[in-house]
Design a protein around this ligand. Structure first.
Ligand code: AMP
Ligand code: GLY
Length: 452
């Protein structure tokens, strides 16, 4: 069998830090000779001596071009890591051509790309989630809110909106404003959801976590968990972003809570998708919230995603000891029942390096030079993954909002965090234009310090 030999070519479909992490892990495989990233980015090659080719002129949804690359380059495996590509049906197109592919079909991926469908699916399968209603137009939303006692809500565009489609509303008055704002998401916000803001039965706020599993459609294996920090500023203040940093393992996930996550959520989701004729193959990402009920914590679903999280993958995937090519081939062939996942169980903390102004306007930062990245990545126990960066003659320049990610590892989140911030302190951008949070992992650092 070819996959047991060396000399394989893998395509990773993603352009950011998530793709960079996958490229790094595939490059560590003894079976892989070279990697192609679509569109990729300029820093994808930094962690390996193996050839990495990027296609910056393509999109993750450039289906005919990706099929052509597979044929021309004799590609052995494609990892479809990005949500728009799943929604566009890239996995279906590759599979129809007989290309071994990791990632869910468009139908299975509907669990992410159609929030209304996903919540109804959750309801059909008894998956714990907040109360929701689906609105087909603004008037329906206004009438519903009018009929309700004053309380906090989330208003969410049903379709993909670059992770920005969920708007919090502190009360009914704000909810009406947020409903009006759905227009700005165009087609993605035509259908929208109104959800109750999840809280414990004692009124306490929930604590978020995310869980990652590999599934072949019938079986699943838990890879690991992470805790993201979505707000742009310290103390969880400011706008929501795609993620300013994560830590693993999240200590909120006690063995008891993890059992409820598996039995009450993951198992029901995988079995439910199978029963509905949409077997889920690939990485399933549960965005969960631990809320207090009758005195103990129980999980509720914020969302499912049909891919790795970014930057969660940067802390979870490096802990995988198995050869990723072997795991992915088993997924692509639809049977992971005999796979034994091994993790190194280290703690990891990733911090997102962003352009000042992100997630709003950061155009002033575009083209400015970034210093210290090579120095940072050479520190022992540190890994660097690039995203919105251009490289020219060995120099680095900002080209996006999310620029790079620094990952530190250690025995505990406290050790890992020290590594990460040590490396972060040697990086800067012309004109003091680097923004990053300095409190990533704070919940668990506090727990560890208090001995909880
Ligand atoms: P999403 O885009 O669905 O991931 O939502 C973005 C963020 O909003 C999540 O990470 C949560 O912090 C928060 N969120 C979304 N829905 C709810 C909800 N029903 N209750 C409480 N928080 C929520
Ligand atoms: N970090 C959140 C996401 O990847 O959706």
């Amino acid at each position: 069998m070819k996959e047991r030999n060396t000399g394989n070519t893998v395509v990773v479909v993603d352009g950011g830090g998530r793709g960079a992490t996958l490229v790094d892990k595939y490059a560590q495989s003894k079976h892989v000779e070279r990697i192609i990233a679509v569109p990729g980015n300029d820093l994808m090659k930094i962690n390996t001596d193996k050839p990495v080719q990027i296609y910056p002129q393509l999109k993750t949804t450039s289906i005919p071009e990706i099929l052509e690359i597979c044929e021309r380059e004799g590609v052995d495996l494609v990892d479809v890591a990005q949500d728009n590509a799943v929604e566009a049906g890239l996995v279906d197109a590759l599979t129809a051509r007989g290309v071994p592919t990791v990632g869910p079909t468009k139908d299975a991926g509907q669990i992410e790309w159609d929030k209304a469908w996903s919540r109804e699916f959750g309801e059909r399968h008894g998956i714990p989630q907040p109360f929701f209603i689906i609105c087909l137009n603004q008037q329906e939303g206004f009438s519903f809110i009018q009929s309700q006692p004053d309380q906090p809500w989330f208003i969410k565009a049903s379709r993909l909106a670059e992770g920005k489609g969920a708007l919090p509303a502190k009360n009914n008055e704000e909810a009406v404003e947020r409903i009006k704002e759905m227009e700005r998401f165009k087609e993605a916000g035509k259908v929208f959801l109104i959800e109750k803001w999840l809280r414990g039965d004692d009124g306490s706020a929930g604590e978020e976590f995310s869980t990652y599993v590999f599934s072949d459609g019938r079986n699943y294996k838990v890879i690991g968990n992470a805790q993201d920090h979505k707000r742009v500023n310290n103390f969880d203040e400011g706008e929501n972003t795609g993620g300013m940093g994560c830590s693993t393992p999240p200590l909120v996930l006690t063995p008891e809570l993890m059992r409820d996550v598996e039995v009450g959520v993951i198992n029901r989701a995988i079995n439910g998708l199978h029963a509905e004729g949409r077997p889920y193959r690939g990485v399933l990402y549960l965005g969960g919230m631990a809320i207090r009920k009758n005195g103990s914590l129980s999980p509720s679903v914020i969302e499912f995603n049909a891919r790795w999280g970014d930057p969660e993958v940067q802390v979870v995937l490096p802990g995988l000891i198995n050869d990723l090519f072997e795991v992915s081939m088993a997924l692509a062939q639809g049977d992971i029942s005999s796979l034994q996942l091994q993790m190194d169980n280290k703690a990891r903390v990733v911090v997102t390096g962003a352009s000042k102004g992100y997630p709003g306007d950061y155009k002033e930062v575009r083209g400015k030079q970034i210093y210290g990245l090579d120095e940072a990545r050479k520190i022992d126990g540190v890994r660097l993954y690039g995203a919105g960066i251009k490289e020219e003659d060995g120099r680095h320049y900002a080209s996006g909002g999310r620029l790079f990610y620094i990952v530190g590892e250690g025995e505990t989140v406290i050790d890992a965090r020290r590594k990460t911030y040590g490396a972060m302190s040697v990086v800067s951008i012309d004109g003091n234009n680097l923004h990053f949070r300095t409190d990533i992992g704070w919940r668990d650092v506090q727990r560890l310090r208090k001995g909880l």
